[in-house]
Design a protein around this ligand. Sequence first.
Ligand code: ADP
Ligand code: MG
Ligand code: ZN
Length: 521
Amino acid sequence: MQTLEEVLERYEAVIGLEVHTELTTLETKMFCGCKLEFGAEPNTHTCPVCLGLPGALPVPNKAAIESIVLAGLATNCDIEKHSMFYRKNYMYPDMAKNFQTTQGPVAFCMRGHLDLEVGGAAAKERHGLAGAKAGDAFENVTVTEEGYRAHVGITRIHMEEDAGKMVHVGGEEGRIAGATHSLVDYNRAGTPLIELVTEPDLRTPEEARLFMQKLRQIYLTLGISDCSMEEGSLRCDGNVSLRRRGSTELGTKTELKNINSFKSLHDGLLYEIRRQAQVLDEGGIIYQETRHWDPSAKRTIVMRVKETADDYRLFPEPDLAPYDLSDEFISRVRAKLPELPDDKAARFQEEFGLSAYDAQHLVEHRSTASFFEACMADADKKLAKPVANLIINDVTAWLNANADASLEDSALTPARAVQLVGLVDAGAISSKQGKEVFAAVLEEDADPKAIVEERGMEQVSDTGAIEAVVDAVLAENPDKVEQYKGGKMGLIGFFVGQCMKQMQGKGNPQLINQLLEEKLS
Ligand code: ADP
Ligand code: MG
Ligand code: ZN
């Protein structure tokens, strides 16, 4: 198979996501009073409504409606004041009712969007950016200093309910293949679920991953779900098709079902794009089918060919009246909106002069955003950029390398971070030494100043002291000075090295350089 880059030279990848989120922070299920509890004893939270027993009547959970309106407002959707519930009919053992209550053509939230800030390595996946300048705009993209901003449409967010859970016994890893029998737990049946559907506006696996990460941060900020991909409260389906560059028609898509990690979303889409390209290149055709991404085998396999909408015989739910939202209800929900990650990023840019990309990076995780704010609470504003760099580079790398670590529980307090950055900023230590001190703070649970002192790292920035060393080095090497003046400029490195050596590595390299250049010119 060809690499993504090779494929994207000739084909455009078109991606749309369907994101399911359980509203885990609510007390009760969507249409009954059963308690929501993950990991409870199987079949202990059920009743005639969520089991679909004859004659049981559903009542919508108002708190769930509030949550979906919050989600809609936070993703720039129009809130529909009149919508209805529908029955989506199908038979499967985890669905005792034999239908799922969901919404029809009009959902509570319609026509939203999110903007993605794509930079660094992630921006390299997008085709056609080479040679573009900041401010250039094409398709749904605006080029920025660090990469580009992509505008991603949200078709809708509708309200529905989750199914129960099947447990397959006797096979490998709880898989259905090879199982001797299956059990079903209806505790999850009827859990309030919101489904967000994007327009087919995404173009790379990185954009898809960033969209999911951004959405997760928004939902977490709203407090409407714990968004645990591991426990399945946040899951997504990735739809993807290819078309020849220049074509505006959509190709046939495949759908990767129930993806449960950001990495799987990225890697699954990446594989699928390369697989489809190979099929098309060989003159084959893509079937509209549902596929499963197997992270260990690193490939996708067919689950089933696509059922059409007709198969579900979607019709209005006769047991539920059309749902009307009042202006008053909507404005009450709007008043509850917290500061969202994008607002926070805009504030960071405004207040601290950070770039859009840095600000977005900081708000990607609530812990890094609040750490930055704690740092800046009483630090000089000129330290904002170096503090942001410390968090975005060093802290993030450390967190990535230590899966169990958390910033809150680490030895790096906001005060220590500011102190460390301040030492580098004042020239007391070099930025290279700063990295060493950073590691030592985490390891030894000590203040940066104490570490610098104890290790005798204090950089010499006293001009007089440095000048004496520079003069001595130049006097000791008259031949090299001649060669330098004769055009062998590379010798500057030799002089810097000699000065550093005499100062046991503690001389401020910028000052040494500056003085050498002055004296040699
Ligand atoms: P389905 O009826 O198969 O569920 P939808 O029209 O509801 O398809 O779209 C589901 C998701 O797939 C949406 O996110 C949409 O943007 C995306 N999508 C639709 N058509 C395509 C396509 N040809 N290629 C890629 N994504 C697509
Ligand atoms: Mg669909
Ligand atoms: Zn119930």
